[in-house]
Design a protein around this ligand. Structure first.
Ligand SMILES: Cc1cc2nc3c(=O)[nH]c(=O)nc-3n(C[C@H](O)[C@H](O)[C@H](O)COP(=O)(O)OP(=O)(O)OC[C@H]3O[C@@H](n4cnc5c(N)ncnc54)[C@H](O)[C@@H]3O)c2cc1C
Length: 331
């Protein structure tokens, strides 16, 4: 392996690819704009990625203490709309990303934190969402002493939605996607304000009565969903960003890293050019993710508009919502 692979972005996609390449003896330098450990806006519900993929990436052990999530429900503020069995893991991104960066450096990877790279030839672009103006903000915080009815609760409001997922240490992660400008405030207060502005008063009350952790609060703004391919060899949110209600973005980041292993190795060994490696990785992702991206982009507007939500509620009342089938098709 002569050529070094450079990766921009030390989130799940970049770190997983970095670990997998180091396991195979490829020299890797990874630049991360931030540092570790740190909280990230994410529902922290990992679902869809297979055990085989995690083994191939060499990161299965890093999920050993993730909480198995098996039951889930969908609800608005007044009632439950449906429930299904799921197969997922709950784990905080603060822990997961930190473990992956440690694994990467233990394997001899060269990690440069607080280092922001530009895209270019020879750089795998795993730098996350493409920043652009959008009507959405994502907010999250961890909560203690909060009882859940299911391992994963999804709450649909009139100006966004929020999920509660069990994570390690007996905590619950609260994360939501809201219309920007629906509420004002700071920190956990802003998150509670967004829940109330979207009519999720009961959920907000439950959070107020529990113990939200202000340290874990974080937020993001300025992203859009769909194909974002910002550089020739992109993986994770930098290539394709699926709406969060699917709970599949982390899985996609890991699956994309898995698909990038071979093209990156072939480039490192001098068997193919950078353009060929990028083309192969991109084609594999388009094939692999097409169905879920299309379906998610059709459902997202329904879930985030008042008429769409009314329709959803009526369909749920008439038991016409195929939750189980949708869950499977979005993976
Ligand atoms: C509100 C919300 C809820 C979500 N809930 C879930 C969920 O429950 N389940 C799920 O599976 N997914 C969920 N997701 C999606 C999931 O968080 C992402 O799909 C996943 O984090 C993508 O990983 P990534 O590695 O591509 O990007 P990221 O995790 O965003 O990592 C990108 C990294 O690149 C770094 N970076 C940026 N620019 C540069 C640069 N120029 N040079 C170097 N480094 C750079 C950043 O600092 C960052 O660390 C949610 C997303 C949102 C917004």
């Amino acid at each position: 392996m002569n050529r070094c692979i450079t990766i921009a972005g030390g989130g799940l996609a970049g770190l997983a690819l970095g670990v997998a390449l180091r396991e195979r003896g490829v020299p890797v330098t990874l630049h991360e704009a931030g540092s570790y450990p740190r909280h990230r806006v994410c529902g922290e519900f990992l679902s869809g990625v297979s055990d085989e993929t995690l083994e191939r990436l060499g990161i299965a052990r890093d999920l050993d203490d993730a909480v198995p999530l098996k039951s889930s429900c969908w609800r608005n503020d007044s009632r439950q709309l449906g429930e299904i069995g799921v197969s997922g893991r709950g784990i905080s991104r603060r822990n997961l990303d930190d473990r992956l960066q440690k694994r990467f450096t233990r394997l001899g990877g060269n990690l440069m934190t607080e280092s922001r790279l530009r895209s270019g030839e020879g750089v795998v672009w795993a730098a996350g969402r493409v920043r652009q103006s959008s009507p959405w903000i994502g907010l999250k915080c961890h909560v203690r002493d909060l009882k859940l009815t299911h391992d994963l609760e999804m709450h649909v409001g009139t100006s966004g939605y929020a999920g509660l997922a069990r994570i390690e240490g007996g905590r619950v992660n609260l994360c939501g996607l809201f219309h920007a400008g629906s509420a004002s405030g700071k920190g956990v207060g802003l998150l509670l304000g967004c829940l109330k502005a979207g009519g999720l008063h009961r959920l907000a009350k439950r959070i107020e009565e529990a113990v939200p952790d202000p340290e874990s609060f974080c937020g993001v703004a300025g992203f859009r969903f769909g194909r974002t391919a910002s550089a020739s060899f992109s993986i994770g949110d930098a290539a394709l960003m699926i709406p969060p209600f699917t709970g599949n973005g982390m899985s996609m980041a890991l699956e994309a890293a898995d698909q990038a292993i071979q093209p990156a190795m072939d480039y490192a060994a001098g068997r193919i050019s950078w353009v060929e490696a990028a083309t192969q990785s991109d084609a594999a992702q388009q094939r692999h993710f097409r169905r879920r991206m299309r379906l998610a982009s059709m459902i997202h507007p329904v879930m985030t508009s008042r008429p769409g939500l009314k329709l959803l509620e009526m369909a749920a009342s008439a038991h016409l919502l195929p939750y189980g089938a949708l869950y499977r098709l979005l993976r």
